[in-house]
Write a protein that binds this ligand. Structure first.
Ligand SMILES: *Cc1c(COP(=O)(O)O)cnc(C)c1O
Length: 537
């Protein structure tokens, strides 16, 4: 093969001609569609290379001057990128919310990219606009179960929208709080609203010192990005300690009142349905009453846990979610849709109008263009992937997936509890739990030992990750049993339906093996021995 040269002829070929059957790219494609997990296990190296080493492959800071053949470049991608990416399909990768995807998404992704629709306006999306509205409507129904008439009149209405499709939970949360802010500082008399006149004018008009948002300490960091972007400032993100991992309605009410007594306005109370760190669900039903009492917007962040609503058996864990003014859900977490699919739904279809924006050349007043009420502009047709998933799995299919994840988490929790060298730290509400290595001879309440335990757990998590066979994540948590001092714990999300109980047993075994070889284990042993001698002597 010669060298590629920049010519219109070459470019024309790149735009229009598929690669030949025996080219590298065609081989990749075939392998991918034939057996994705085989492809990944062959091409993603398990032995970790340090980020610094990998950076060596990405040192060029100039756009290459001359072109490269597609097939040659495919080899470069395999070697530099694919091989050092993360195999999220591995059943022993149980540290994050990202997991294996069902097969059909691969050819659909090709279709999606091929069509290259832009959902910002109907002129560039046509059928995709009603499709996205329908998907939002389905999630709205899942949360709010309104009447048939309600959906008939609102699903495709040019005047309202039932929610917004976003790139993820972060933008969904920002959108919800953006709506809440614009409603709280709505046009009033001569005041033309915060959207027109800005925050300073809004606060002045309404006589507020400042505005804030309230959630538990377990709130996702996207909430603090939201108060920043919305001009309220991160200090106005009020968080409440929660050793039980759930926001106490009494504490929320007291904190809200105290905040308002200082001349501020509480913009929104945020309940979390499935916290990122422990998977707990706040008492949504009671928090809805608190929000009512405080006369503020009630938002539920169900980015991860929202899919539980598909399960008849477990949906009651989210009891009260239908009282929320807005709810965030991520389809790219427990709905097994590729990355880039978040949504916010509004109880009141009028709410989206608080952020409606028109422009002359598109998004004309009275049009059904989705871009008029979304934060993002150009967006792809990810809604099609959600639509396809909803149809291919059906509610019953999702129910099976959700139920088996939760049941697997309970089985894992039991394995941990029965093991003398492990300690369950937070039991699973949904399919997320935390635990740590705690050798049977350790007194975890002793502060010296508790420091060593943290060290031991950090070392085990790191070495296990580096060995490349399995992955759990870790975080620091304050829990009831040990008071306000946070502990280092392993965090496990049982998202991958392909993970078996045997995989979980193996993970514990590997962790124990690693732990026993660490310095911290030895030190803990020595300390325990010394203590024993003292108490005997
Ligand atoms: C994942 C998550 C988010 C953020 O969503 P992204 O899709 O990562 O932007 C927000 N809140 C909760 C509770 C989450 O689990």
């Amino acid at each position: 093969m010669g060298k590629a040269t920049a010519s219109l002829e070459h470019l024309f070929r790149v735009f229009t001609k598929p690669e030949g059957k025996d080219s590298k790219l065609a081989q990749i494609e075939e392998h991918l569609s034939d057996n994705l997990s085989d492809f990944l296990s062959q091409h993603v190296v398990t032995k970790a290379k340090s980020l610094e080493e990998i950076e060596q492959n990405f040192q060029d800071y100039k756009v290459p001057e001359s072109p490269e053949f597609v097939t040659k470049h495919a080899e470069v991608l395999l070697e530099k990128v694919v091989s050092h990416s993360v195999n999220t399909y591995a059943p022993t990768f149980i540290g994050h919310m990202t997991s294996a995807l069902p097969y059909f998404h691969l050819p659909l992704a090709k279709l999606l990219v091929g069509l290259n629709q832009n959902l910002v306006k109907i002129e560039t999306s046509k059928a995709f606009t009603p499709l996205e509205r329908q998907v939002i409507g389905m999630l709205h129904e899942l949360v709010y179960s309104q009447s048939e008439d309600f959906y008939k009149s609102h699903l495709h209405s040019a005047k309202q929208s039932l929610g917004a499709f976003c790139s993820g939970g972060t933008v969904a949360n920002i959108t919800a709080l953006w709506v809440a802010r614009n409603k709280a500082l709505a046009p009033n008399g001569k005041f033309r609203g915060v959207a027109q006149q800005g925050l300073a004018a809004g606060l002045k008009h309404y006589g507020y010192e400042s505005m804030g948002i309230l959630s538990s300490k377990r709130g996702h960091y996207s909430l603090s990005k939201a108060v920043d972007v919305l001009g309220l400032g991160r200090e106005q993100m009020l968080t409440i300690d929660c050793l039980t991992q759930r926001l106490s309605p009494e504490k929320a009410l007291a904190a809200g009142r105290e905040f308002e007594q200082r001349g501020n306005k509480l913009l929104a109370l945020v309940g979390i349905a499935g916290t990122t760190e422990t998977g707990h669900v706040d008492p949504l039903d009671e928090l809805a009453d608190v929000a009512k009492e405080l006369n503020c917007h009630f938002h539920v962040d169900a980015a991860w846990g929202g899919a539980t609503l598909f399960s008849q058996r477990y949906k009651d864990k989210l009891k009260g979610i239908q009282k929320a003014d807005s709810v965030t859900l991520d389809a790219h977490k427990q709905m097994y849709v590729p990355m880039g699919a978040g949504m916010v739904v509004f109880k009141n279809p009028e709410d989206s109008n608080a952020v409606r924006h028109h422009a002359q050349y598109i998004l004309r007043a009275g049009s059904k263009d989705l871009g008029a009420t979304t934060l993002e502009g150009s967006r792809n047709g990810m809604a099609m992937m959600v639509y396809a998933s909803f149809n291919i799995f059906g509610r019953q299919g999702y129910e099976l997936l959700i139920d088996q994840s939760i049941e697997k988490a309970h089985a894992f929790a039991q394995l941990i509890e029965e093991h003398e060298d492990f300690e369950l730290i937070t039991a699973p509400t949904l399919s997320l739990l935390t635990y740590r290595v705690k050798p049977s001879f350790v007194d975890a309440h002793c502060s010296k030992q508790s420091e060593l335990l943290d060290k031991l757990n950090v070392a085990v998590q790191k070495q296990q990750r580096e060995a490349g066979k399995s992955f759990v994540s870790r975080t620091r948590l304050a829990v009831e049993k040990y008071g306000l001092n946070p502990l280092t714990v392993f965090r496990v999300v049982l998202a991958n339906p392909l993970t078996t109980e045997q995989d979980l047993i193996n993970i514990l075994q590997e962790q124990l093996q690693i732990a026993k070889l660490t310095k911290s284990w030895k030190e803990l042993e020595d300390q325990a021995l010394a203590q024993l001698k003292r108490s005997v002597g």
